[in-house]
Design a protein around this ligand. Structure first.
Ligand code: GLY
Length: 325
């Protein structure tokens, strides 16, 4: 036997070994907020559970079919971007001018490649644009009209800004213009997903309309690699949701991953340290979802609720909104 068939045989054997070794799992969020059971009707609650389940299944079906964690999180996030329930894509919160300006990012744990777009206004699914930046540009982040143009050149679906605007968000904006107090729902609430595939690769992504009534090109943490999104096969995948200014200042996603990697504490312990202590001390409300390389689901939030769901390595699907369920 020459060396080539030997190498091929070894690759097949190795692929078989790695397929057998890595569990698959996915975890998603649809935003964190001042959510109380009395603020949401039973019908609304059911709608959120259904939308979360749909997004989870889209991602997990791909993982089960042997696709990558990147494909899985893209399927889950686009599902939530297309739903009017969440602050991302169609149904995103609005700027002071009543328009939508969207942010998104993606990162792969295998090589820590990443892509992001910020302040885009015509890309139907901003997470797809973040992926295009990652794979088809020499950059990590593109912003504003340049990012919109790049996405169009890459052949992504372009829409009028009116596509993103819903009556619910218009009413929210009008209320905010007359009120001093913002709730966390007005400030933030992106969607995000983290997945682990059979090859042992983690991917994480986040997408949002940002903060309601925002002005002057404000950008939050969602498109900032290390703040709203981070992935590193050695330790973690993290996607954050919350008051972006604090998440940027605390470098939340990277902070959690490094804390776990350098100290040896579990990813859950690291997440609780950053979310429930560091962020609370700073005044930053919100939470994170994550996965470690063994497929353990990590969830931590300091707000009263966080729309979330996961399918663990046994295939069990769960969704929850408040602290208890
Ligand atoms: N966490 C999203 C934002 O603050 O824009």
């Amino acid at each position: 036997m020459t060396i080539k068939p030997l190498l091929a045989a070894f690759s097949i054997f190795w692929a078989g070994v790695s397929i057998a070794q890595s569990p698959i799992a996915i975890v998603i969020h649809g935003g964190a907020g001042t959510l109380l059971p009395e603020h949401i009707t039973a019908e609304q609650r059911a709608e959120y559970h259904k939308a979360l389940s749909t997004a989870l299944k889209r991602g997990f079906d791909l993982l089960s079919a042997g696709k990558t964690s990147e494909d899985a999180i893209i399927a889950a996030i686009t599902s939530m971007e297309d739903s009017p329930l969440f602050n991302a894509g169609h149904g995103a919160v609005l700027t002071h001018q009543g328009t939508a300006e969207l942010d998104a990012s993606i990162m792969l744990g295998a090589d820590r490649n990443a892509g992001a777009v910020a302040g885009v206004s015509t890309i139907k699914n901003p997470i797809l644009a973040a992926r295009e930046v990652m794979h088809h540009s020499p950059h990590v982040m593109l912003a504003g009209h340049g990012a919109d143009d790049f996405a169009e050149q890459r052949g992504l679906t372009i829409v009028d800004n009116a596509y993103f605007i819903t009556p619910r968000r218009q009413q929210q904006l009008e209320r905010l213009k007359h009120e001093e107090q913002r709730t966390l729902d007005d400030k933030a609430g992106p969607v995000g997903a983290v997945a682990l595939d059979q090859f042992g690769n983690i991917a994480a992504g986040t997408s949002t309309g940002g903060m309601s009534n925002k002005r002057f090109g404000r950008i939050g943490d969602a498109p900032i690699i290390g703040a709203g999104t981070y992935a590193d096969n050695r330790t973690c995948g993290i996607s954050a949701t919350g008051h972006g200014e604090y998440f940027i200042r605390a470098g939340v996603a990277y902070n959690i991953c490094q804390l776990s990697r350098l100290t040896g504490i579990s990813l859950q312990q690291a997440a609780d340290e950053v979310v429930k202590h560091e962020l609370v001390d700073m005044g930053g409300e919100g939470g994170i979802i994550g996965l470690d390389p063994q497929g353990n689901i990590v969830i931590s939030f300091n707000s009263t609720g966080m729309y979330r769901g996961w399918i663990d390595s046994s295939g069990q699907l769960s969704t929850a909104i408040f602290k208890e369920n």
